[in-house]
Design a protein around this ligand. Structure first.
Ligand code: GLU
Length: 450
């Protein structure tokens, strides 16, 4: 059996770290097993779905490297959903109900007051044709509920192990609203069957729907006369570092805003692939390597804590590992050469900050010199070799300056760094020294802008 998984966002907003985690798990699972990854746009809610969000989701996934092998759009399959629902209606598995939201609410309140679970009482199943006609004449339109078997449903969850739920304990789910709109369940199950999805990997907020969905799947599989029930895997959800829900901060946790902040896609994928697992978080720049090390068995059931500071720290590690060829397009835009990238990448929080070191090495800066260091630095200037410099020139230069001045440690290095770069911190001085070059180095040590 070859693996086929899908990521099925509704295009009603941009992707954030929470839903991208589901996309990533599906993608890694597909790669690991030599399978395929389908991107499905769950756009049956035509009022809230937009093309702009759909494009945005695709752009975010492409940027993350989560490429899809196939793409489907639910809004193009309404005739298929209509056909299956007609079949389910004919079989009595989909039945019309006419209660208004207020009436249903009242029923639930009464049930709670009596200490009963708020499960739909199936009153609609007993409506006579006359009663239905009367409702219709009043202008009511039915919503359609799926008739559950009211028996135990079991599945072997890839994360949670054996799960069992008696569908007598849940309400018959509404699959079609009174305005005719399909809610998520029916189109999703039909598509999973028709596309041959082998594994449904998604957040544990869907666990409670799964028993009902399995019954819907059975009905569709029976109608199709072929296909198989997918396996289910429900991963835990992301929470904030204090365990708080993330929903309020989702705007700032969008992939688009992280990209804008200068976070590399590999930092996001490296962190999300390991959060909530028993494996340590590591900076991994190769998605193939990440997929190789991915295992659904290692996902824990506890919520995974997401801290944006971990992401920033991982970002610095990723930059350190990225060879010039992987980022040359972006570096060319800011005029950063390969030599400069190799010198500074170990010291950056964001790739774009390489531009600062371009100014230090190629542009003009005002050296920072404390009065008490001025003489020392003027003398140091005499030791800068003429001609082109290499990183190897730094140590003999410093040794000579040290010997002459008797300075050492911070008192030796900090004035040199401040004068040569204008900054108190930064990449290895040997590399910068070579890139700054002899003329600029001499001038800056003498206190001149250069
Ligand atoms: N469109 C559904 C959602 O975003 C898909 C859930 C699923 O993976 O089945 O919640």
């Amino acid at each position: 059996m070859s693996v086929l998984v899908r990521f099925a966002p509704s295009p009603t907003g941009r992707l954030h770290v929470g839903n991208v985690r589901a996309a990533l798990f599906n993608w890694l699972f597909a790669k690991k097993h030599g399978g395929q990854f389908l991107l499905r746009s769950d756009d049956t809610d035509q009022e809230r779905s937009t093309k702009e969000y759909e494009d945005g989701i695709q752009a975010d996934l492409a940027w993350l490297g989560l490429t899809h092998d196939d793409f489907a759009r639910q809004s193009e399959r309404f005739s298929v959903y209509d056909d299956v629902s007609e079949h389910l209606k004919a079989k009595g598995l989909l039945y019309p109900a006419y209660e208004t939201a207020e009436e249903l609410d009242r029923k639930r309140k009464l049930q709670r007051a009596r200490g009963l679970p708020p499960v739909y009482d199936r009153a609609a199943l007993n409506l006579s044709d006359e009663e239905k006609a009367k409702y219709e004449a009043e202008g009511r339109r039915p919503h359609w509920r799926f008739k559950l078997s009211q028996t135990p449903v079991e599945w072997d969850d890839m994360v949670r192990g054996a799960v069992s739920l008696d569908t007598a304990t849940i309400s018959d789910p509404v699959l079609i609203r009174e305005d005719g709109q399909y809610l998520y369940t029916l189109p999703s199950c039909i598509d999973d069957v028709d596309f041959g999805i082998t594994h449904v990997i998604r957040g544990e907020d869907h666990v409670t729907n799964t028993a009902a969905q399995i019954e819907v799947f059975r009905a569709i599989l029976d109608y199709r006369g072929k296909g198989e029930m997918p396996r289910f895997g429900h991963h835990s959800l992301l929470v904030g570092k204090e365990g708080e829900g993330l929903s309020k901060r989702l705007g700032s946790l969008s992939i688009a805003s992280m990209r804008e902040e200068g976070i590399e896609p590999q930092a996001i994928t490296s962190l999300l692939a390991r959060l909530g697992t028993s494996d340590p978080v590591e900076a991994v720049t190769d998605m193939g390597v990440l997929a190789e090390g991915f295992d659904m068995d290692r996902l824990g059931r506890a919520p995974a804590r997401f801290d944006v500071d971990d992401l920033r720290a991982l970002n610095a590690k990723i930059l350190h590992l990225l060879p010039y060829a992987r980022v040359s397009d972006r570096l060319e835009k800011i005029g950063v050469s390969e030599a400069l990238w190799n010198a500074v990448r170990g010291n950056l929080d964001r790739l774009e900050d390489a531009a600062l070191w371009k100014t230090v090495t190629e542009g003009e800066i005002a050296p920072v010199i404390a009065d008490e260091d001025a003489d020392f630095l003027r003398q140091a200037a005499e030791h800068v070799p003429a001609g082109s410099l290499a990183a190897e020139n730094w140590k003999p230069f410093v040794d000579a300056v040290k010997e002459e001045s008797g300075r050492k440690g911070k008192g030796l290095f900090m004035p040199l760094r401040l004068a040569l770069t204008g900054e108190a911190r930064g990449p290895e001085m040997a590399d910068l020294f070579a890139l700054i070059g002899s003329d600029k180095a001499k001038a800056r040590l003498k206190g001149e802008k250069a």
